[in-house]
Design a protein around this ligand. Structure first.
Ligand code: NDP
Length: 246
């Protein structure tokens, strides 16, 4: 856990909504944020009943945790979650919305399965769009008003030669998520929207050969977003704050 991130978080008294938080990067975000007693964290995941690690956090940490059901690819249920969020965030508003849920496939442009491309697009792009629409009234009431879209350098058009042909559907979806971020900024300039690559992180998606530990990635992400200002809105950043070419 990063002391600086939790110190900043405490100073700001965060309310934070994290999609999704059952494991990997989303879980570590929740874990680090709950180290601060002033943070109210809403952790959304597909199966709250089986997310035992999340529930266990309730006993061992100091912040306030609400675990809610959310499948970002089921849009009606995302919209319906406004009713669940109202009693939690209605008074305080939402400081940070983190759109973290993501899926990938090992495919190429000339082998991709069209249904798989649509499934990935639905989760990685349409999901964050509808979640953000649903959370907009809460964000407008919040003190910080930050949307963090978890993207990837795989979505960078400028550096596509580095990744080559692989992970085509995933790359297409993250490039689209980057555009969504800029469109969100254009429509609501008072909301700080950032699209960010967490690094190559050791999770189920990143695999064992990844070189960034979840603790390191998340502590840097938290330091970055808790100190972000309007000047950072519309940026495509690495977890350590470096700019990524679009
Ligand atoms: P994991 O595969 O470890 O976890 C993915 C998470 O997304 C799980 O919590 C999963 O929930 C959730 N999820 C998937 N689909 C849905 C859905 N329809 N509704 C709600 N939740 C869903 O991935 P990471 O933690 O590594 O990745 C998190 C984000 O970071 C993703 O957006 C990914 O693209 C991005 N990223 C990751 C990198 C890495 O190296 N790890 C590199 C660059 C970007 P469940 O447990 O229910 O399946």
């Amino acid at each position: 856990m990063c002391a600086m991130a939790s110190h900043l978080a405490r100073a700001l008294q965060l309310t934070l909504l994290d999609y999704s938080s059952s494991r990997g990067i989303g879980f570590e975000l929740v874990r680090q944020l709950l180290a601060s007693p002033d943070n109210l964290v809403v952790a959304a995941c597909r199966n709250p009943a089986t997310a035992t690690a999340l529930h266990d956090l309730k006993d061992s940490t100091r912040g306030v945790l609400h675990v809610i059901h959310m499948d970002v690819s089921h849009f009606d249920s995302v919209r319906a979650s406004a009713k669940v969020l109202e009693p939690i965030l209605g008074e305080t508003g939402l400081d940070y919305l983190i759109n973290n849920a993501g899926i990938a496939a090992r495919d190429t442009a000339f082998t991709l399965d069209p249904d798989e491309l649509l499934r990935i697009f639905r989760t990685n792009v349409v999901g964050p769009a509808i979640v953000s629409q649903t959370c907009l009234p809460f964000l407008q009431k919040g003190k910080r008003k930050i949307i963090l879209n978890i993207s990837s350098t795989a979505g960078s058009i400028a550096t596509v030669e580095e990744i080559g042909a692989r992970n085509t559907s995933y790359s297409i979806s993250k490039a689209a998520l980057n555009m969504l971020t800029l469109k969100q900024k254009a429509e609501w300039p008072d909301i700080i929207t950032i699209t960010l690559c967490p690094g190559w992180v050791k999770t189920d998606m990143g695999g064992e050969e990844a070189y960034v530990e979840t603790e390191e990635s998340i502590s840097k992400i938290l330091a970055l977003i808790t100190s972000a200002t309007a000047a950072d809105s519309g940026k495509f950043l690495r977890y350590n704050g470096e700019a990524i070419p679009w």
